[in-house]
Design a binder for this molecule. Structure first.
Ligand code: FES
Length: 165
């Protein structure tokens, strides 16, 4: 009996994915422990880290596919699938929790009709957790398309999402 291949093993990488992966590897060639910057680079280029980048990286960096997949899934910052045009990252760490982040998160879930690691029902917003944005003194904090926002209330969040910023 044979074991079914994983999706990453079953599909050859598209030219765009292979090129993005190899460009990233070349950019950080020779640097010890370069997997994280390489993954950041791919996500910056493609907007996410496709499954079929994993075998390309495995061969180029001489790391196991399991090791690479483990790093991608360990860090919430890395996205294994394409994101919506607006990415809302909401802080779930202690200071923000103490200042009402859970209530804010419930509001976002209800407004968007989705949970973390999902996309809103209208396909416009991806909701992602983060664990501290360095704005603890101005909690609760969120990031919209890489732009940080502090002391966010449900009303302020609605305004941010309505203008897509
Ligand atoms: S705990 Fe949320 S920004 Fe630091």
């Amino acid at each position: 009996m044979t074991t079914p291949a994983s999706p990453a093993a079953a599909q050859p990488a598209s030219d765009a994915v292979k090129q993005a992966a190899l460009n990233a590897v070349n950019r950080y060639a020779g640097q010890k422990g370069n997997l994280l910057p390489v993954l950041h680079d791919i996500q910056h280029t493609l907007g996410y880290i496709p499954d079929d980048a994993v075998p390309v990286l495995s061969e180029a960096l001489q790391l196991s596919r399991a090791e690479i997949h483990g790093v991608i899934t360990f860090y919430p910052h890395f996205h294994p699938k394409p994101m919506a045009p607006t990415v809302l990252e909401m802080c779930r760490a202690e200071s923000c929790q103490a200042m009402g982040a859970n209530r804010l998160i419930d509001h976002a879930r209800q407004k968007l009709g989705c949970d973390f690691h999902e996309t809103s029902q209208n396909g416009q917003v991806s909701l992602e957790p983060v664990y501290c944005l360095g704005l603890c003194a101005q909690s609760p904090a969120v990031m919209v398309n890489g732009q940080p926002h502090a002391r966010v209330t449900p009303a302020k969040l609605d305004k941010l999402l309505d203008k897509g910023a």
